[in-house]
Every structure is written in structure tokens, then in C-alpha cells.
Design a protein around this ligand. Sequence first.
Ligand code: NAD
Ligand code: L34
Length: 309
Amino acid sequence: MVNILDGKRVAAEIRAELRAEVETLKAQGKRAPKLAIVLVGNNPASEVYVANKLKACAEVGIEAQAIRYPMDITEHTLLNEIAKLNNDASIDGYIVQLPLPEHINETAILSAIDYRKDVDGLTPENVGRTVQGLPSIISATPRGIRELLARYNIQTAGKHVVVIGRSNIVGKPMAILLMQRPYLSLPGMSASALGDATVTICHSKTQDLAAICRTADIIIVAAGSPKLLTAEMVKEGAVVIDVGINRVEITNNQSPITNTKRFRLVGDVDFEHVAPKASYITPVPGGVGPMTIVSLLQNTIQAYNEHSR
Ligand code: NAD
Ligand code: L34
């Protein structure tokens, strides 16, 4: 019997908890935490994600602001803007929404963020600290997935977890969190700390992905490829976490009047056929996405608590 890991519901539950936390701060006469989101250009997917982030902040009482720059901003100018954010004491944390335009070196930008304000956990400082099990800010998506598993009491100790995808934002930090000795891991970590898993990281050059996946107790897919994970690749009773967000065109549904194409959101999992074999599975939408957003809010409150003056 499959159980749906309802990220939408769990995220709403956490937002209510965070709202209470922020209200307590304000009742103590303290200012609200503040997040800034740097958005370069107008990538339609980024527009949706940033709008969702701003809305979630408003609900929780975190002050939030999108700072927009044109697509043709130079790397030099953007680095100057980053320096201003680092020096702005009113901002507890900020993120640079990815992807950036091709002419901008992503690594150079991310490395310029003050790690204390790096609420995406993408700076070398935070990544290194996470790897060493030191206090750090953890990337929002892996943090959200960890929280989702914890809230459904899904244990990872001793389990074989297969992570598909090796990005800096999802795959790599996810694998690190799962293999960590829990007591060495960090703040925000609940009693049902996750870790102690045996982790296999797969990527585009992996041979016989299907055979590896079939040995997994938990599969986390972050590849950006619709229906990459099919039923034959999944062991009966496995837990399946679908990180993928793909917009696929709805066939035969083009409006003859407006000539606009219509899209539907799908993950990386062939949900229809995989779900009956899984013990737990995340839907897309309504699974990992809302957990990513709420984790960003948690990271912002963490940065506020640790560094606000
Ligand atoms: P990415 O897009 O930078 O890279 C894709 C990764 O998947 C690479 O490491 C690649 O090696 C691997 N991969 C691609 N095709 C593969 C295949 N056929 N077999 C095995 N491995 C394969 O990675 P990303 O930034 O982590 O994004 C992955 C997906 O997750 C995208 O769809 C993205 O939109 C989505 N995403 C969702 C959230 C969320 O909150 N739901 C957050 C971040 C990313
Ligand atoms: N710097 N860049 C930075 N940090 C991040 O953490 C992100 N990401 C990814 C893209 N670039 C980033 C996000 O926030 C992807 N991502 C993200 C955020 C929110 C949602 C999905 C991905 C989300 O809200 N998903 C909804 C559906 C949204 C829709 O309708 O398109 C869901 O239910 O899955």
C-alpha cells in the first residue's frame, strides 16, 4: 500500500510553527528576520519559485524582498551588489536564484556570499562545514527532504539510499546528510535525526542505473528527466523521493485561438507505475517543492538567530 509523502501539507504545518516562532520574537520586541532574493533576468520557472518564496515569507512574518537585475548585468556589477548585501545589517540572509545567465560565473557569485547570510547553504564555507559535520546552513532541498522523511518517521540508518544526480544544490549535499553520523550533524536536526545510511550517488555516466536502483531501500531522484525512474527500477516497498520539476507540453492541447502551448508539471518518476510498488512516494507538484521553500525560511530564521545583532 502506497503512502503519499505530502510535502504540501507538512510544509503548511511547519509554516504555522515558524509563524509562532516569529511572533514570539516580535513579542519580545525584536525585529522580524529578513530575507532578500536576488533574481537576474526573468526565467519563467524562477519567477514562479521566487513568487512562492515571497508568499511563504509573508505567511510566516519573515520580511522578504526580491532584488531584480536585468539579464545583461555584468558579473562585476553583480559582485558589487553582493558586497552591498553582505554589508547590509538589516538583511539576515539572502539567496541568488539559479540559474544565472551564461555570461556570469556562478561559482564566483556564490563564493562571494558571506557564509553567515548564505541561507541556500551553497558557499564553499557552508558546504565544507556540512561535510565535516560542523554547524552550517544546509541547502534548502536536502534539508526539506530530510525533514519530510523525519516527519513521516522514515528511518535511514543502515538503509541503502540511492541518490540520482550530483548537483551542488541537491545531489551532493543530500548524499552527505544521509551518510553522516547523526550526532555530528547540525542545528535544526530533530530527535529523529537522519543519517547513518549507505549512500550510492548515481549520475549521467553511471552504468546500469536500473540494477543499482533495484537494490535501494530509498531512492532520491534529482535529474531533471521525466520518467527516468520506472517501475522495473524500484524494489517492492522502496521509498521514492522525486525532486525533478519538468514542464512537459500537453500534446494535442494547443489552443487554436491563442496558439499558446499548455504545460503540465511532472517529476523524474513514472509516478503512475512506480507508486503501486513504493511504500512511500512524493508527488510532483506538492512533494519536495514546498519543502524546499519552507526550509529556506528555516535557514533564514537560523541565520537570524545565530548572527543578528
Ligand atoms: P542538474 O539539473 O544540475 O543536473 C542533473 C543531474 O542529474 C546531473 O548530476 C546528472 O549527472 C544527473 N542525470 C541527468 N540525467 C541522468 C540520467 N539519465 N541518469 C542518471 N543521472 C542523470 O541538477 P539539479 O539542479 O539538482 O536539478 C535536478 C532536477 O531537480 C531538475 O528538474 C530541477 O528543476 C529539480 N529541482 C527541484 C527542486 C525542488 O525543490 N523540487 C530543487 C532543485 C532542483
Ligand atoms: N539559489 N536557486 C537557488 N536556490 C534554490 O533552492 C533553487 N531552487 C531550484 C531552482 N533554483 C534555485 C528552487 O528553489 C528549484 N527550486 C524550486 C522552488 C520551489 C518549487 C520548485 C523548485 C515549487 O514551489 N514547486 C511547486 C510547484 C511550482 C510550480 O507550479 O511550478 C511544487 O509543488 O513542487
